[in-house]
Every structure is written in C-alpha cells, then in structure tokens.
Ligand binder design. Structure first.
Ligand SMILES: [Zn+2]
Length: 194
C-alpha cells in the first residue's frame, strides 16, 4: 500500500502473447517477497498450460497460484485472502467481467492488486475485462512482442488453426482446441473471413 495514505491500488500488465507479461508479473512478485510482503496469486481454471497451480512464463519460471473458476470463482479471490498485502491475478482476460468489481474491492481494502492479461482478442478487439481494468487502474504497462512475420514490434494475437489464420467468427476463447498463436504487428495480423 501507499505509505502516506495507506491506500491500495490496481496495476495492469498487458500486451499480446509472448510480450513478457507473466515474466514481468513474476518480477514484481519477487520484489515484493524480498521486501517481506505477503503475496497471493490467482489464475483461472481453464488455463492449465503450466500445470494446475502455478503461474509460469514461457521461460520456465514459476510461482504457486490458487486456481479459481473463471466464471463462478471470481469472488473466491477476495474470500480466500488472509491478510496478504499483494494480490496478483494472471490470465485476467479469461475471467468474467466481475473481476473488475473484485479488483476494485481489493484496492479499496488497501491491497496492491497486480493484474496481468492480454488486452486484445485474436480478432484484435478489446478483450474484456482487461480494457475496463486498464481504464480504472492507477498504473498500466503495455508491452510489445516481436512480429513473427516481419520483426516489427507486435501488439496482436494471431490465432492459427493448422497453420492457417483463424476464422473471424471463431469463439473468442477456445478451450482444448488445436490452435496455436503468434505475436504479430497490425500489418501482418490476419483473419479468415470465408
Ligand atoms: Zn509484422
């Protein structure tokens, strides 16, 4: 919390996939831990890429996390706390929009809330609840990856199905689908329309 007012706040770490969001989240958590602050980390249940109960970046570093249901479990984040000053939420884009109210409540309760998640869908559209959290947050950092096609800074999530661009009408969240992703720039990002 801020030392003068003892108040909490929300900070958002965002950007496209492969932009280093989770790495940055873990860096902030390690700093808090070194300072002796209690930390609680949460992630949505539908993301099991790195095992059930850890937050991990693509470079292999991990942190123990509590897994909560992305729809029904958002308030469990607030209910399961035991005085932790720092609350981190990874893959925030997969949570229901109620996550915004949860983060606001945690900040009002004088906690530091660190939210990480991608701000755009595979279509390049706002991916709620992250854009709303960006609007309400005190601090926002948006990172770029490198475009897998041209090497320019990348801000978009290119979804590929069998190596081909995904269809514009595909669902925003595909769980267990045979899809892959690349980071791409605005010019190289494409969608299939027919
Ligand atoms: Zn490009």
């Amino acid at each position: 919390m801020h030392k003068i007012t003892n108040s909490g706040w929300v900070e958002v770490v965002t950007g496209c996939m492969f932009s280093g969001k989770t790495e940055e989240l873990l860096r902030r958590l390690r700093r808090a831990e070194i300072a002796g602050q209690e930390v609680a980390v949460f992630k949505p249940a539908l993301d099991d890429r790195y095992g059930d109960a850890t937050v991990g970046s693509h470079n292999g570093r991990q942190w123990d996390a509590t897994v909560v249901d992305a729809e029904a479990g958002v308030w469990e984040i607030a209910e399961s706390l035991n005085g932790e000053q720092v609350v981190a939420i990874d893959e925030a884009n997969f949570f229901s929009e109620e996550l915004v109210e949860v983060c606001e409540a945690l900040a009002a309760d004088d906690r530091r809330v660190i939210v990480s998640g991608t701000d755009q869908t595979f279509r390049g559209e706002p991916f709620e609840p992250v854009p709303r959290l960006i609007a309400l947050a005190e601090y926002v950092d948006k990172y770029q990856a490198i475009c897998a096609v041209c090497g320019e800074p990348a801000t978009r999530n290119q979804r590929l199905i069998d190596g081909e661009p995904a269809h514009v009408e595909d669902p925003t969240i595909m769980v267990g689908a045979e899809e892959s992703y690349e980071a791409r720039c605005r010019n190289c990002h494409t969608l299939r329309t027919e």
